[in-house]
Design a protein around this ligand. Structure first.
Ligand code: SAH
Ligand code: AVI
Length: 326
């Protein structure tokens, strides 16, 4: 239980507005019957590095599968669209984005790249690397939470391609996913397109293996959220006192990741108070929804988009979909 009322938070800790917002979100999440926090809290510099390590694991098929589809498709797609600006949500290392930028360069239209991410330190490294690799490309990174507003620089060369790779859309609950796609739709101008990665529904064993790797990297990634809370808020979580759990919900079609309390414990978060965890109680840290063409179509339709093109790998593990205004 949270012992300090939120109305007391400001008087207690006198935090900066951004910290206050985080505190409020964390207080709400940790006081819900099912404790839950946004997966955006995985991503400090270490969290971004751990995610990169996940993408190289044998069990984690999404990244290499999406890369193969991009590799085969981008030269013709980009030449057809004439993309002059790439706007990327949740860009991370932008490793796969290079395949889009390469296609823009080959088409002679690589003018602007706007990578958007919450992971500030990682984003600036990504931007610096890309400026070196693509002289002539103007790189304008933006540190922002894409679940809030989509504030784009003015005067971007058009047409633009909005990209949301990696199936990160699956980390948002449907209402938030629709709001996010709706903001993309609202920012689109005539001729712009939206390119989205979607991890597909498949056998449970394969899905669960991707989130329970044998080397325990996903478990460390999961626990990293507690380290972020310790660092950002001065909380005293003992990451080793929580176990990693990930399972597939065949009804909701999603992976859920949780941290399971080993024994009863109380964690102190300055400005919030003591948070009690019963033995075996869980904190949900992420959902990762899995799709088919119909469910992507429904999501798009709700956001004012339509499916313009759809490509999968031969095993039907992952899809890349192009969206256009409906
Ligand atoms: N696009 C890359 C990275 C995916 S990992 C790929 O396909 O491999 C998810 C990325 O989204 C991370 O870089 C993380 O920092 C970012 N992210 C997660 N939640 C976010 C949010 N609410 N706002 C902005 N970026 C977010
Ligand atoms: C970023 N996102 C799409 C990843 C996913 O698969 O949902 C995050 C992740 N969580 C555990 N492993 C990878």
């Amino acid at each position: 239980m949270i012992k300090t009322k939120l109305s007391q938070v400001r008087a207690h800790a006198r935090p900066e507005p951004a910290t206050y917002r985080i505190l409020r979100e964390v207080a709400d999440g940790l006081s819900a019957p099912q404790k839950e926090l946004s997966p955006k809290y995985f991503y400090d510099h270490r969290g971004s590095e751990l995610f990169e390590e996940i993408t190289r694991l044998p069990e984690y098929y999404p990244t290499r599968t999406e890369r193969a589809i991009l590799d085969a498709w981008m030269p013709s797609l980009i030449a057809r669209l004439g993309t002059r600006t790439l706007i990327e949500l949740g860009a991370g290392s932008a490793e796969k984005s290079r395949l889009i930028l390469d296609a823009m360069r080959a088409a002679g239209t690589a003018e602007r790249y706007v990578p958007i991410d919450v992971s500030a330190a990682f984003l600036s490294l990504t931007a610096a690397r890309l400026r070196r690799e693509y002289p002539g490309l103007k790189v304008e990174p933006a540190v922002a939470d894409i679940s809030e507003e989509l504030n784009l620089p003015r005067g971007l060369p058009r047409p633009a391609l909005f990209a949301f790779l990696g199936s990160t859309i699956g980390n948002f609950y449907p209402p938030a996913a629709i709001r996010l796609l709706g903001r993309v739709r609202a920012a689109m101008e005539p001729g712009d397109r939206f390119l989205m990665g979607a991890d597909l529904r498949k056998d449970v064993a394969r899905l669960e293996a991707a989130y329970n790797d044998s080397r325990g990297v996903t478990a460390e990634f999961n626990r990293n959220m507690l380290r972020v809370l310790n660092h950002e808020l001065g909380a005293d979580f003992d990451p080793e006192a929580f176990e990693h759990r990930a399972f597939y919900d065949t009804v909701a079609h999603r992976i859920e990741m949780h941290l399971v309390s080993v024994g009863a414990q109380t964690v102190n978060v300055p400005g919030i108070g003591g948070i009690a965890f019963a033995d075996g109680e869980t904190l949900r840290t992420e959902i990762s929804a899995k799709y088919d063409r119909e469910s992507v179509g429904a999501l798009f339709e709700a956001a004012g988009l339509r499916i313009d093109a759809w490509r999968t790998d031969p095993e039907n593990l992952f899809a890349l979909v192009v969206g256009a205004p409906a």
